[in-house]
Design a binder for this molecule. Sequence first.
Ligand code: FRU
Length: 538
Amino acid sequence: MKRYLSVLGVTLGLSFGLTCSLTQTFASGGASSATGLYQEQYRPQFHFSPVQQWMNDPNGMVYYAGEYHFFYQHNPYSTIWGPMHWGHAVSKDLVHWEHLPIALFPDHHGAIFSGSAVMDLNNTSGFGSKKNPPMVAIFTYHDHWAEKLGAKTFQSQGLAYSLDKGRSWTKYAGNPVLKSPDIPDFRDPKVTWHEASKQWLMTLAVKDRISFYASKDLKKWQHLSDFGQQIGAHGGVWECPDLIKMRVEGSAEEKYVLLVSINPGAPNGGSGTQYFVGDFDGKTFTLDKKFARDLTSHPAADVMDKGVWLDHGTDNYAGVTWANLPATDSRTLFAGWMNNWNYANQIPTDRWRGAMTLPRELVLVKRGDDYRVHSRLVAEIEKLHQTPLKLTKPITAKSINVGEALAMKNMRQRFQLSIHLQQATTASLVIGNSDERVVFSIDNQRKQLQLQRADSGQVAFESGFAKPQIAALSGALTRVDLDVVLDRSSIEIFVNGGERVFTSQIFPTAPYDSVSLNADAEVTLQSASAFVLGSIWN
Ligand code: FRU
């Protein structure tokens, strides 16, 4: 909780007086080239970022009536973290976003920390009707005054509802609905409907464990069980969980995946998201036997710092999944905050701070007895593809100028490469300009992947930013398929169908304009394609 208090003094005083005028400012939302908005040097062109000021975790992601809602932790008074509100945007296609006014403001119970939203289609809460079901937000109240005064607990869960597709919100008069008896870290409720027991299920982060609660009406909550006190990575506080029922790819088998963000304690420093695979019987989450063995008695090769990780880049945190997707969409859709608490308040952006990852599909893959979660970009991103380029025939060499081979006129923002390593033990993809570069390496000798951003541009704003990011491999890779997305201040690399992912911020002083592949023996670039991704803000 220290990181919250340090910036709070500056902003807390402003917290309550300005709320009305802010609603006006944000109501107009959207980008305007005349003012230079969304034209700034590091402004993501196809990732979501707020019009201005601070953003952290994605919150309340829910789909309703043709719109994907995206709420987010937002400080409208500053580009550093402060009194939390829920910012709001909607999208019809998961790609283009329309900014809406701030949805939730702090009140006498506290600031509005992370949480989720559901469509209460049967009106179990009584906030609406079956004809006009309420969208209900379930969030954490953080009472900064109580914390300052040394109270034992200062986080509780509250409700708010909307009867007009998230455009206006009413806080529940009976708030808070769930208080911690004794633990200060008691937050980030993710609520889903559990069909088998016909009740709502809340997955809550409680310091070093996940607590499950159940409710018939979203208002009265009953504790069911706890998970994780001695399991997985524990280098920091557990935050922002999500329990997801997933179907194993290519089969009818179902498993539960529990996402748990942790800060600090990620293998490459600071914030990261680990996950667990198991079963949930309506009351208790039980780890899959092999997954449990991978974590404990016979640690699997991909276990790092006692956890299995969703992303090995340093910049994918607090991600959760969208609720209430239409019945015709069986995907698990995910987005995370593309940042890390180690330097989130220092990254060299102006006007705004914080962006989200591109929306991803999480896929549960089973190989032998092993279940792992892979991440892939959603197909909707292809809407942004422009001027496709394709390699006409494979190239075999130790060093390949991929940019030239594809006749890239400028830096293409998404490219897909299929590399056959043959006798090579290491191969590196180098993306950069004449002075700066980010280097992604496959190292079969050390059985690891590495992303190096020490020379990527501005790195000095935090001492750990230049450290390499590493993912352990279970075995040597002979064929590597890469899907790389480069925006103005980020790179996302999906390896072999999203089996490993690196999401990483970069701050080049000039745009990157070259891509090359260098290996210690001949490799074959079997296929390659590239696309410019159009801006979502024009
Ligand atoms: C995660 C987190 C949450 C909390 C929110 C506060 O990044 O610390 O646990 O609810 O941010 O902004």
